[in-house]
Design a protein around this ligand. Sequence first.
Ligand SMILES: [Zn+2]
Length: 405
Amino acid sequence: MKGIAERYGITHTRFVGIVCVSALLLMLLYSVVSRQERIVFNFLYAFFIVLVAAALAFFLRDVAKAHVYAVCVLLFVSGFLVAEYDNTLLVRTRTMEEFRTVLGEVEYPTINEVFSVKYAVLRNDDVGDHSLATAALLSCADEAGVSITLGVIPARLDAETALLLSGATRHEIATHGYAHEHFNVLSFEEQYALIDAGTALIQRVLGVRPTTFIPPYDSGTADTALACRLLGYDTITDVRDHPSFLLNVINSIYYETCFDPPRHEDLDVLKRGIDDFLESGEEVHVTILHDWTVIGEGGAIDEERLSAFREYVGYIRSCGLEVVTLGEYHDRKEDLSRIDIDIHDGAFYIDTLHCTGSHAVNLLLQSGRSYGTIEALMHEEPVRFDESSPAYVLEPGMLYVVRYY
Ligand SMILES: [Zn+2]
């Protein structure tokens, strides 16, 4: 030891002092690191600094020692300076790591990044004075166990249809104008008055207050949406090129290719539309049809048209798609937004504490991962998912852990 001290040109006492202080500093650092389990010490980089210092001390024996110390200090400081770009931060915390993972890979995770959620909507417009057709379509839907959104024209509502709708509680009553007007040519005051009157009429006759407004001829504007919002609506359809203020659900496909006389889209085209939707990243598929679409010659129900519709609904169901009304879609979206998602150690923590209903979802596999698992924290065995990505039902008030492998 005496020899080393002499070689570096410092006194023996001073050398012992330096060694003691260094050891003390190391012990202090170690005690801090070991007590805080969330702190990660970069041993590799520390070892690198020591190696460089030793090599410099060995090769530059005769050069001024101050230079050796300066280089070491520079290395040490640079570790903190370039830490953002290289793995050279000496001490970092787990929270910092998680933060970088979240920001770097998944920015503000939402439910749509972990699961795919899909709904089909059947929207039947122009309901009011074809009770025979309304009854036929509703019985089709009831047979298949699906709910339909009925766009009711308040001013055309006849007694038979009103009676029919009063008993159709599983379906949604939506407002379809007052007497089927073009809204985009009306002033805000005119639109407001019509929607107000239509809503009141439905409420008086059917005993329900609609929350979905379907502008006739897709003629909704920002004024329409504003009037609807002021009148307590939360959902509107097909508002394009205008701010919509409400949940704005754009249609996906028209069931009819021609309105007068009614001609229908080929069943294969309709089915392909559903297939494409399932492959897409879209959340909702809306099919629009009209009551009068199943009325044949002489005002009777065209059974062939009705059975085609029945087959279409059956196909949607066979794909495992959940058929909801526009109102239900709005409520599902709102409920899904109550899910809290957190990331820890590469796993998603899905908290459904504030949800009010259950949700059918499909796990999305992250790229490069061959499978994932979902584990409800109170269940023992995690459920495994691969590329076929089967449906899973999230229940309210639970905590799920999603991991990828
Ligand atoms: Zn219409």
